[in-house]
Ligand binder design. Sequence first.
Ligand code: ATP
Length: 314
Amino acid sequence: MTSISDDALNLSGVSKQYGKRGQPLLALDRIDLKVPRGQLFGLIGHNGAGKSTLFKLVLGLITPSQGHIRVNGIAVDGPDFRNARRAIGYLPENLVLYDNLSGLETLEFFAQLKGAPKNQCAPLLAQVGLEAAAGRAVREYSKGMRQRLGFAQALLGSPQLLLLDEPTTGLDPSAIRDFYDQLESLRAQGVTIVISSHVLAELQQRVDALAMLGNGRIQAQGTVAALREHSRMPIRLCVTGDATRLTELATALQRDANHAVLSTHQASPDTLEVRCAREHKMALLGLLAPAGLHDLQILEPSLEDVYFGLREEV
Ligand code: ATP
């Protein structure tokens, strides 16, 4: 059995309404969300879905209109949170930096604000690949360098919970890989990481689980595999073989009386792609087995396919 404090994050019935007097806007609507400790958890959703609002609520920067939030079992609106807040690292979507300070001075400034040891700053800059640029003014930093500095800032104080709002924006492919390698080793140390991103391909292989926000509500949550099941997106079987036999096979599959096959597409003379519902996969394999194929690949729907599939459902 799990208790509330086994969760790094626990949101129960959380709503946030902006603009009470003017035009009210319900940014989050009765959100229930649990993130177990030590997970790498993804948050996805369209622009304006409510991802940044959720982060700000967890940090106590804004207050919910309704509902309860606990971080490592501690209520965000309770007296103990001020102290617990030190164990949270946050990389906002747009971190404001003082252009005249150097990278090292910037980090030292944030360390002071956060009450983190100053001697963490230089090693953290090295960890994010900014060692050589530590003495340069931030005004001279590229977008990716500013983002790395922001990440170093989030790591100050060795947080147990990291909230990263679109952290890979502006990073080049090798920096993205380094970044996720670092997340992996932080997770191995027991750090819980919640990351929002619009780059679904990045998250697909890396997150333990994720939640999909849409119009302020959680539309789906779970592992990528569970969301695939839930979305009922078709799988694709890509087979190669003798061209004439593949053409015959395509014709036979299209006539399939059990309707296991949704569509076929002969991408090249010796390659046939067959789409079918997940529950018909084994039946379809049975149909393909006697066809004397050379090779077969099963292609699962990508997280992007699942995302669009689920959005259509709502
Ligand atoms: P994006 O992917 O574009 O960063 P998001 O999922 O992070 O979007 P939020 O920034 O949380 O979305 O915004 C959710 C909704 O709340 C939007 O409709 C936004 O306009 C609104 N909103 C956010 N902050 C405020 C604010 N301070 N005052 C009024 N409305 C706000």
